[in-house]
Design a protein around this ligand. Structure first.
Ligand SMILES: [Zn+2]
Length: 211
């Protein structure tokens, strides 16, 4: 078992902590304490009717702290409250998608981190939409490095050709889930790769951060 997995397991067994400020509290469905919950800021991207590219929350405040712990500090137990929050936005897609697909990590990065945060969120969304999770349909065929700090056009170039869609899978209506979206260049490339195989793709990120 990797270190991040052990850290996550230890926290499953510990008393509930707020996903935002990390202080102990009596758990709520949102995973956020009464001080942090009002600070959640939905994005200006409306989710209903479903948009081709959407994000649920602005990456700021306690939500940004929660995402950093979830993505970079092995706090996989945060998939539960963050997945629940994302699923509330994803319900706008209920009935409109047949499968949920996580944004894949390159295999080297997956080994290094030990888990794919987007896949943990996607699993929660799939469960709450009542549709299958498909982790095999889309793969990342080359590492792309960090998008942060790159101007928009460089981001588009950086991810071009980075994905492969399984050509043997019959076309379907898919919901592609990512954890954090900036310009949306990575989601757009992944969505286009799936679209080229005949799939109808909507994308939803948990958090949106201005570039
Ligand atoms: Zn809190």
């Amino acid at each position: 078992m990797t270190y991040p997995a052990l850290a996550g397991l230890a926290l499953w067994l510990a008393p509930s902590r707020c996903a935002g400020c990390d202080l102990p509290f009596d758990a709520a469905a949102t995973g956020l304490c009464p001080a942090c919950a009002p600070l959640l800021e939905p994005t200006p991207y409306p989710l209903c009717p479903p948009q081709p590219a959407a994000a649920a929350f602005v990456f700021q405040g306690p939500l940004a702290d929660a995402v950093r712990r979830f993505k970079y500090a092995g706090r996989t137990e945060l998939a539960k409250p963050l997945g629940w929050l994302l699923a509330q936005s994803a319900m706008a897609y209920a009935g409109a998608v047949e499968r949920v697909v996580p944004m894949p990590l390159h295999s080297g990065k997956l080994r290094q981190r030990g888990y794919n945060p987007a896949a943990l969120l996607a699993r929660s969304v799939a469960r709450q939409l009542g549709v299958p999770l498909d982790v095999g349909i889309l793969t990342r065929v080359r590492p792309t490095g960090a998008q942060a700090g790159l101007p928009r056009e460089a981001r588009v170039q950086n991810v071009r050709g980075a994905f492969r869609a399984d050509p043997t899978v019959a076309s379907a209506r898919l919901l592609l889930i990512d954890d954090v979206r900036t310009t949306g260049a990575t989601l757009a490339e992944a969505g286009a790769t799936l679209g080229a195989q005949g799939h109808e793709v909507r994308t939803l990120a948990f958090a949106w951060t201005p570039s």
